[in-house]
Structure formats: C-alpha cells, structure tokens
Write a protein that binds this ligand. Structure first.
Ligand code: ZN
Length: 500
C-alpha cells in the first residue's frame, strides 16, 4: 500500500478512536452518570466533537485523497481500497462544503429548540414551538441547497442518513405500502377477539431481565463483547471494536416494552458485532446506512421474535418466568397477543403494521415542508388530516399529535423514512433468507438461530459499507426497493393472527 494511503488510514483511525470515546461518554451520560456531572460532560463531549470535526476536515485529508484519486490502488472499483476512498471523499466533500456559520447556527438553534419543544409539548401549545421550528426548517433548506441536489431538496437531507437513496424511490415504495396497508389495517379493527391484554399482567422486573438476557444470548448477542443496561430511552451503541452496548427499560405491567425493545436493540447489536473489526475506522468496517441498521433490528424483533415457531420454543420458558401472567395461557393466545394490530396515536408505541403509516405521514409532511408546498404554521392541521386519512384517528391534542417526536426540534429531517426503509429491507432480505434456508421455521422452533445469523453475517454484516444500501438490497433480493415483500409478509401474518 502507498505511504499516502497509510497516512490517511492512520489519521482517520485515530479520529475514529476519538469518536468512540465520544460514544462511550454518551452511553455513560444516559446510564450511570451522576446528575451533577451534566455540565462538565456536555463540555467534554463538545470538545471531542470539535476535535473530530477538525481532523475530518483537515486540509491534509483533502490533499491525500486528491493524490490517491488517480493512483493505481484505487483503479479496481470493487476493491476495499477504492470503496474506502469513495466514501471518504464523499464525507470530506460534504463536511467541507458547509460553511462554519451554518453548522454553528444549526447547532445553536437545535440546542435551544430542545427545551422549547419540551415546554410546548407539556403545555400542548404548538404556537410556542413554531418560531423556533421555522428557524430550523429555514436552516435545513439552506443546508440542503448548499450540499446540492437536482431539484428535490429532500434528497440532500435524506442522503445524510441513507446515503445515495433517492426521495422519489422512497416515495414510490412508501405510497404503495400505505395504499395497500390501509385496507388491511381497517380489516383488523372489526376483529375484537384479538387483544394484547395478557401482556399487561404481572411481569416482575428481575424475571424480565433474566428472560431478556436468556433470549438475547440465544439469538447470538456476545456478552463478552457487549453489555446490557437500563436507560430511559432504549438504544444500541457500537462503542468500539469488541464493545457494543444496548439498553432497555422495564415496566412491570407491560411485557412488550422491555422484551421487544431488547430484541430490537439486540438486532442492532448483532449487526455491530458482525462488522469486520480489523477495518475499524474505515468505511468498509462501518454500517451502511440507518435503514440497513434498522432492517437488522426489525428482522430480529418482528420476523423472528413475533413468529409462531419462535414462541413454540420460548413460550414454555416464558411461562416458567412469569407464572402469574402466563400460567393459564396458551402459546396460541400469546402469539396473537404479541401480533395485535391497533391504530394508535403514538408512533413509538405502534405495532409492526401501523408503524409504517406513522412514518409515511411524517415523510410526506417533511417532503412538503422542504419543497415549500407546506409552511410550518400549517403543520398541525396537515398532521391531523393525515392521521384521519391513514389511521382513522383524530388526534385530540398537538401534544400527542404533531409535537410527539423529538426529531424536528433536533434538526433531523430525512431521518424518519429510514425507519420504514428498515421494515422494507428486512422483508426483502427475509424473503431471500427463507428461500436459502428452507427449514428456518423448524430451526426457530428448536431454539436455533445460528443459521440465520450466519446468513446475515455472510450477506450483510461482513461487507461493512462496501456497497450502498440500494446495491446491497438488489444483490440480496435480485430487485430494487420494493414494498411487495413486506406487504406479503404482513398479509400472511395478519390472516393467521386474525384467522381470516
Ligand atoms: Zn432501531
């Protein structure tokens, strides 16, 4: 390898270590840090973020990349080196294109917006949030225009979270999904015999913790290279090689919150633990996109842990752990309970089918805001109109309506669609997996998940960011982004659960 390439790798690997220290501080902030450390911790993290930015935009990085762009080692487009150079160039261009004043304005306005949003939500007063929201939306439009696009401003923002994805492709898949999902969900409304009531019995925290750990370990989470702790908001942090941490929270009267939350984060963690560690700090050692990351969590949470064979194996163990809640229940009733579909107000509490409609609504609103088809002042009315249309729900307040998500106050526009992309990608992958492993269901029923994990390691994890998400999905399923596999999966599942 050339001396220039070695210098670039060394510089960026050290930068990646600084980022991993930042992640470790962030994890600690949300788990064990005493309240008194809040101010110092914020300063520590800001300092590190500044150092990382400085190193990533160091003019030497630009010079090294320029020198390497016509070097021989970048010639083969499929090599690891050229994949690395491609992504580094892209990241460098993006970071250096944004003027410092715009970056600072966004950081400041979103920092201020957090408290304003919290207060506005508590007081159920959108008008209090509006001025700050307008500032943020204005800055995001400026950011999109500075980064550049072909007329669809949303493309530039989406690209931050789902590199290379196109708004028009996402819109096409999501509108097919929404159109065909809507009648399916309406049909479940009439079926009162399916309910999740039995998940609201008594589920002691200690037993939940033990059961979560048992299942996560069986799915393949490596506790030698990871941890599980408690935090107010569940998350997964791939801190550093050999160190992936997930969190959950417990509710004694609601089984699903901690259990499915844990399996969701376990899915993220299995991806992190499967990335090639020897390439730490290089794009080919990193995850592809938020959508692909989410596909891993959704696949394990929904396609595995809400499947009948999964519970054929684990239900007797759940009964042992939770005799009060599940002693007199059948696996059949439990399977129906964990797959209940019910249109609801709040995105984060939505089931696996209606969840997608919550995302479609946000995606359509964001896209309209960015193209100036909608102004922020009209958001509450547009929001309520869409909830009536897609979910048949009239939000009783803005607090539980347009003000429910933290994302816009944090300047995250273009992020929401990655949640639905995760579901779409997961279904496309799962279709190929069940074709490649025909006895997958009987493996699950025996409590064996090794073949599934090996498939994901081989086809997704070990490649890091060698391919963009669209290329990976096309390679795995022989077709581009497509709503049909998810629709087929949901149709089959619901006709089983609801006995249609
Ligand atoms: Zn997730």
């Amino acid at each position: 390898m050339s001396a220039t390439y070695d210098a670039l790798i060394e510089h960026l690997r050290q930068t990646a270590h600084l980022e991993s220290i930042h992640r470790l501080l962030g994890w600690d902030q949300q788990t064990y840090m005493p309240e008194g450390a809040a101010e110092a911790r914020a300063e520590q993290m800001a300092l590190l973020a500044g150092l990382v930015h400085q190193r990533r935009t160091d003019p030497r990085v630009g010079e090294w990349l320029a020198e390497l762009s016509d070097a021989e080692l970048a010639a083969d487009p499929h090599s690891e080196v050229s994949a690395n150079l491609r992504w580094w160039q892209r990241d460098y261009d993006k970071l250096t294109r944004l003027p410092q004043s715009l970056v600072e304005a966004l950081t400041k306005s979103t920092a201020v917006a957090q408290q304003i949003w919290v207060n506005a939500r508590r007081e159920d007063c959108f008008a209090k949030f509006l001025p700050q929201l307008e500032v943020i939306m204005g800055l995001l439009k400026e950011k999109a225009d500075t980064l550049g696009h072909d007329g669809e401003r949303y493309d530039a923002l989406l690209d931050e979270y789902e590199p290379s994805a196109k708004t028009a492709d996402v819109a096409r898949a999501l509108s097919t999904l929404a159109e065909q999902l809507k009648p399916l969900i309406e049909k479940t409304d009439a079926a009162a015999h399916v309910s999740d009531q039995l998940l609201r019995g008594r589920y002691p925290v200690d037993q939940q913790r033990a059961f979560n750990r048992l299942v996560a370990e069986r799915l393949g989470f490596d506790f030698q290279r990871g941890r599980m702790d408690v935090a107010a908001h569940p998350f997964c942090e791939g801190v550093a090689p050999g160190d992936c941490r997930i969190t959950t929270r417990y509710d004694e009267r609601w089984f699903s919150s901690s259990f499915f939350g844990t399996l969701h984060e376990t899915g993220h963690a299995l991806y992190e633990q499967g990335l090639p560690e020897r390439h730490f700090g290089e794009p080919i050692g990193e995850y592809i996109s938020l959508g692909i990351h989410e596909s891993q969590s959704r696949l394990w949470e929904n396609m595995v842990a809400r499947s009948r064979p999964f519970w054929e194996h684990f239900f007797p163990r759940a009964q042992e752990q939770f005799p009060q809640a599940l002693g007199d229940t059948s696996v059949e009733a439990f399977y129906r309970a964990v797959n209940t579909v019910q249109p609801s107000l709040i995105r984060v509490e939505a089931d696996e089918a209606t969840y997608n409609l919550h995302i479609v609504i946000r995606f359509e609103l964001e896209r309209a805001l960015m193209s100036d088809a909608l102004v922020a002042a009209d958001l509450p009315a547009a929001w309520n109109e869409k909830y009536r249309h897609y979910l048949g729900i009239d939000p009783p307040s803005d607090a539980d309506g347009v003000l429910q998500d933290v994302h816009w106050s944090a300047g995250l526009v273009g992020y929401f669609p990655t949640y639905a992309l995760g579901n779409l990608y997961a279904a496309q992958m799962f279709e190929s997996i069940t074709r490649d492993i025909p006895d997958l269901a009987s493996q699950f029923a025996r409590g064996s998940f090794d073949a599934l994990l090996a498939w994901l390691r081989e086809n997704v994890h070990r490649h890091g960011r060698r391919l963009a998400a669209a290329e990976l999905i096309e390679r795995i399923s022989n077709r581009p982004l497509d709503a049909r596999p998810l629709l087929t999966y949901l149709r089959t599942k619901l006709s089983e659960v609801y006995a249609w």
